[in-house]
Design a protein around this ligand. Sequence first.
Ligand SMILES: *Cc1c(COP(=O)(O)O)cnc(C)c1O
Length: 399
Amino acid sequence: MDWIKRDQKAIMSTYNRLPVTIAKGEGSYLIDVEGKKYLDFFTGLAVNILGHSHPKIVQTLKEQGEKFLHISNVFINQPAIMLAERLVELSIDGKVFFTNSGAEATEAAIKLIHKHSVQAGQHQKGIVVLEKSFHGRTLGAIKLTRQPGVYQDFPTTNIPVYETKPEDIEELELIFKEHQPAALLMEPILGSGGIVPLSKNYLKEVQALCRQYGVLLCMDEIQTGIGRTGTFFAYQQAGIEPDVILFAKGVGGGLPLGGIIVADPYVKLFQPGDHGTTFAPSPLSAALGNTVLEVLLEDGLMKKSVEVAEKLWTDLEGLQGKFPHYIESIRGKGMMVGIALTLDAKQVKVIQKQLLHDGYMVDVTQQTIIRLLPPLTISIAEIERLITAIQGHLDELSQ
Ligand SMILES: *Cc1c(COP(=O)(O)O)cnc(C)c1O
């Protein structure tokens, strides 16, 4: 039996799979069991920041693997401390709580917000989130994920959740006045919601309102973080300072790792016993995290990727100029890009499959938006090849 059939037989079908069986990864490429090479603009959804099998990642895997893989959270975890120190240095003055995933980072934030609420005498309760936001799929997080296909009718927490439209600062102030929420949680660029960047102005106003009404400002940087948009975290481009930052995806260099960075005034909200997990942070994931940050910052990858991303944007805008009737907009920032097409969902699916057939992996979100999340190590030549491939398929459509 082939792997696709075995997959269908053995694994519960919660994912719409693309029929590719990967055997190996190498730089910007994934190679399947037949030896076919795919240029990876998907990176397991913004995870493989350094591409596949990066030599420094492989070296760290060996070095830490030979020391120990797991200890208990009752012992001091050196790789975790070094990573936490770096993350704080790169963001806000505060401390880190580590998790294994993005959804667990959201769960940690929900518990922290609840503690904040209780400590403030329950005068402020609940969380404001944006329309079409995505914050994870666990039972706490799905209430904050404003996508009907995700939250369905699953039971959720009794924490009040208020939804507001991006860029509508008046609506946000009305919610603050009327409901006195404890926190606001947002992605600086909505990911699954369709690659919707929030303006600097809006983010600045959001911060001002949060300060005025004493609302905790929480940024979900799970997809946008770790250099993907040109700064270490995307909120930094707006010159704001959140109280809580959620991170995951790219930080573990391919291994599960996530967490929250909490600003100093709030770090005492968690006391021994308030939260915990067996695995997080895996010393191995944390060691890889240190290597990711080293390559990104000390080796200058983040800086270099900004220049390469500029080329990506220029080329995509050129493509839009050629096909204004097919490309409605190019949106996002840096290496997080949405190509919003005017085609219907079926046609976009066909383009995605054709690209896969040509050897390019891209994601589709909100049905008609091609999402590009390349490794930050991608080259200009590799970008040019993808653009040529997309152009070919839009040419075919025009005929
Ligand atoms: C992926 C993602 C999550 C959830 O992370 P998981 O590791 O899949 O649980 C939460 N928020 C955002 C913005 C994400 O992109």
